[in-house]
Design a protein around this ligand. Structure first.
Ligand code: S3P
Length: 434
């Protein structure tokens, strides 16, 4: 069944949960391992549909990738020049990270490839990577003057560039760094504020030479990469649904184990704390260069806040669930500078505005964000995911504080980033997840 009914939570969410591995880190671990010489092991790999798209793409380019069970992958890397031309179109499904990072990588390959995706991905802008990659010398074609997938790429010799990205985007930054691996010389990428830095943290483990420059990062091309062991931290973007769930349901006390708290990703913790949320980081540690902690969350009275500026890229994927917290907080919250939400898996400003409104939320959409006036409880009703995993999960969390059941329709999309979400939430909140 492609829907789930959420009953209002009767008591607090209590106990412990462990969140699956980080989606962004899992993609990068597969990509860099495939380009390394020798075997790599990826532990706590996220077995979500998006990440399998990346795995499948590399298998089609001749990289043996074995699933050893228990979220462990063994990847026999082919070296920087060991990929083979794929025989068919590479289908990136719903995954923006797969299509954009692979565009950068394929731009440096001496062969022809075509990348496509599902109906949502084929509407997402690619010019942001196509333009700088073309400046590096790649030949890339796509619908709508090269902006929309499918993308056809004739890779080859590239020249390094120094690029000032107009947007803070880890996908753009990482695509250019991947292309930069194939250049003689130094590729530099600057961004208006820092986006997630998993690529910069992980590539040096494999042997690449990266160093920070003012406002960005520089990479020396043609390194020799060697196999590694990567342990993927739990995904803070997935943990965020449980943070908000525990905060909005009174008497909750929930320990979320093994969450990546990289400072370029932890904006949701900062925002929820500013709202008055009781979130405590326990046992902070490092795993494969990424900061990790357990997060203890207690039910809290939240108040409205304003978010904008450099906080936005640090919590971009968590803004849908932030709006749920805001809809149940005292006073008004404002989201500014978040126009990037309009070009995610769906237009998340439009999707969250329409779905929260169906539950009696008071939300006004703006070109670059939303104004949300909070209330004590939401109403029950039927809501849609719009085919967007984070909208589906955000609305499920909202259902915990509605006065009557909330039916979320079209929930299969949650498998892209969080298989097991419904069962986990159902177990904690006492409804039947499936
Ligand atoms: C991602 C970067 C972010 C994020 C996406 C994953 C990544 O996108 O929204 O879910 O893994 O690099 P942008 O780089 O487009 O901001």
């Amino acid at each position: 069944m492609n829907r789930c009914e959420i009953d209002p939570a009767r008591g607090g969410l209590r106990g412990e949960v462990t969140i699956p591995g980080d989606k962004s880190v899992s993609h990068r671990a597969v990509i860099f391992s495939s380009l390394a010489e020798g075997s790599s092991y990826v532990r706590n790999f996220l077995c979500g549909e998006d990440n399998y798209r990346t795995v499948e793409a590399f298998r089609r380019m001749g990289v043996p990738i074995e699933e050893k069970g228990d979220n462990l992958l063994r990847i026999q890397g082919r070296g920087l020049d060991g990929l083979k031309e794929p025989e068919d179109v590479l289908d990136c499904g719903n995954s923006g990270t797969t299509i954009r990072l692979l565009s950068g990588l394929l731009a440096g390959q001496p062969f022809f490839s075509v990348l496509t995706g599902d109906q949502y991905l084929r509407k997402r802008p690619m010019k942001r990577v196509v333009k700088p990659l073309s400046e590096m010398g790649a030949r890339i074609w796509g619908r709508s003057q090269g902006d929309l997938p499918p993308l056809a790429i004739h890779g080859g010799r590239l020249r390094p560039i120094s690029y000032d990205s107009p947007i803070a985007s880890a996908q753009v930054k990482s695509a250019l760094l991947l292309a930069g691996l194939y250049c003689d010389g130094v590729t530099t990428v600057r961004e208006p504020c820092l986006s997630r830095d998993h690529t910069e943290r992980m590539l040096p483990f494999f042997g690449a030479d990266l160093h920070p420059v003012a406002g960005g990062v520089a990479l020396t091309g043609r390194p020799r990469l060697h196999g590694c062991e990567v342990t993927v931290p739990g995904d803070i973007s997935s943990a965020a649904f449980f943070m908000v769930a525990a905060l909005i349901v009174p008497h909750s006390e929930l320990l979320i184990r093994n969450v990546g708290v990289n400072p370029t990703r932890d904006g949701i913790i900062e925002a929820l704390r500013r709202m008055g949320g009781d979130l405590e980081l326990v046992d902070e540690r490092l795993a494969a260069g990424e900061p990790v902690a357990d997060i203890l969350v207690r039910g809290s009275r939240l108040k409205g806040i304003e978010i904008g500026g450099s906080l936005i890229p640090r919590m971009i994927d968590e803004i849908p669930v932030f709006t749920v917290a805001a809809a149940l907080a005292e006073g008004t919250s404002v989201v500014r500078d978040a126009q990037e939400l309009r070009v995610k898996e769906t237009d998340r400003i439009a999707s969250m505005t329409s779905e929260l409104t169906k539950l009696g939320g008071e939300v006004e959409a703006r070109p670059d964000g939303m104004v949300i006036t909070g209330r004590e409880r939401l109403q029950g009703g039927k809501v849609l995911s719009h085919g967007d995993h984070r909208i589906a999960m955000s609305m499920a969390v909202a259902g915990l504080r509605a006065l009557s059941p909330v039916e979320v329709e079209d929930i299969a999309c949650t498998a892209t980033s969080f298989p097991g979400f419904w069962v986990l939430l159902g177990r904690l909140a006492g409804f039947e997840g499936h």
